[in-house]
Design a protein around this ligand. Structure first.
Ligand code: SF4
Length: 365
């Protein structure tokens, strides 16, 4: 079983610093070591789009390393096919970060590569991420149209040449992603869960989740992150494949350093997916989980719930008809516990409720 840490809030820099401190990462660091930070800058869009790693999360890592006298740091990435990494560095705030902390940026599209073999797969991998002593993977918590989840394991796809990215698609993505993680070992994963995306790798449907997640086993981190998006392990086959290859384990224990109530309060309107939701002072961390659960319900061809789903601190201490999401709504007739609950927990309750409704309808007709 691997340990995964989570802290809720909106300040990516502070959350990241605090979580690394709680993990006592400093005990593993040595000023002589070289560090590589691999964010997700899949394309040139700012992190508010839900597509790319918040530079503040990366800033928290750099500050933690510098405070431990570790200054041999490089930020490295190769954006997806057809986009320029240089443009992504500029647009996503990494050029400014580089200047602020004196940390060089490396475009892996220009890197040399080497070939290795995992089982029966030959893989070409960039040299720079392999050459560092301590590789820090900094993905975004987001859904993906093909692999359902894109987080720690899949983020290493930015460490291979473009020709390989094309080939991975022809191989169905899952098997080569698992194999890549066997060949290229990472020492730490810090997931930017401040704003991710509901459905696509390239952003555009951002969901505020207000958290940073960290661990040293990318398989365990991904297994936990899948549940946060309402995905089962069967829906993300590369997680089990990676576990089978000995990358890590999908068994995890969670240490939450605070509660979801320390996330920001939701402001603004809620979209078409949440027509059945009655929201009153909901934390973004909680509402984000509910939005992912409702989207997965739709993906699984279920109708929207007929009952009202209550969420938010405004419902504390009140008796409620319908469903309550989160510990604030424990007065509801059906209640999903947690502060915040995961999308998987919410999805389970909603799916059971819809199945009960179906059973009642068919017995009365
Ligand atoms: S249960 Fe209540 S306090 Fe906790 S995250 Fe949800 S809305 Fe916020």
């Amino acid at each position: 079983m691997s340990h995964v840490f989570v802290k809720y809030g909106h300040d990516g820099r502070q959350l990241t610093y605090d979580i690394l401190e709680s993990m006592r990462l400093g005990r593993q660091l040595d000023p002589a070591m070289t560090f590589g930070i691999k964010p997700n800058l899949v394309l040139a869009k700012p992190s508010e789009s839900g597509a790319t790693t918040d530079p503040q999360v990366t800033a928290g890592i750099i500050e933690y390393l510098l405070d431990h006298e570790c200054s041999r740091i490089t930020i490295m990435e190769s954006s997806w096919l057809g986009d320029s990494t240089t443009r992504a560095f500029a647009k996503c705030g990494y050029e400014a970060l580089s200047q602020r902390y004196g940390v060089p940026l490396v475009d892996l599209k220009r890197d040399s590569t080497y070939r290795c073999r995992v089982d029966d797969l030959d893989l070409d991998i960039c040299r720079t991420p392999t050459d560092v002593d301590f590789l820090i993977n900094v993905p975004v918590l987001k859904a993906h149209c093909q692999t359902h989840l894109t987080c720690a394991l899949k983020n290493l796809k930015g460490c291979i040449p473009d020709t390989e990215k094309r080939r991975y698609h022809t191989l169905g993505l899952h098997r080569p992603i698992a194999a890549l993680n066997k060949a290229l070992r990472q020492s730490l994963v810090v997931v930017d869960g401040i704003i991710g995306d509901l459905t696509f790798e390239e952003g555009g449907t951002p969901v505020t989740m207000d958290r940073v997640i960290a661990g040293q086993d990318p398989t365990a981190v991904d297994a936990y992150c899948a549940s946060l998006l309402g995905l089962s392990l069967e829906q993300v086959p590369y997680i089990k494949m990676a576990a089978d290859l000995g990358v890590g384990t999908s068994e995890y224990s969670i240490t939450a350093l605070n509660s979801g109530s320390e996330a920001s309060l939701h402001t603004g309107s809620i979209g078409h997916l949440t027509k059945c939701v009655a929201e009153d002072q909901a934390c973004s961390a909680c509402l984000g989980s509910l939005i992912h659960a409702l989207r997965r319900l739709q993906d699984n061809d279920h109708p929207a719930p007929r009952q009202t789903l209550h969420i938010g601190q405004g419902y504390r201490g009140r008796g409620l008809p319908g469903v309550g999401v989160g510990s604030c709504t424990q007065g509801a007739s059906v209640h999903v516990p947690g502060c915040p609950p995961s999308a998987a927990q919410i999805l389970e309750v909603l799916t059971n409720m819809l199945s009960d409704d179906d059973a009642k309808n068919s017995s009365s007709s």
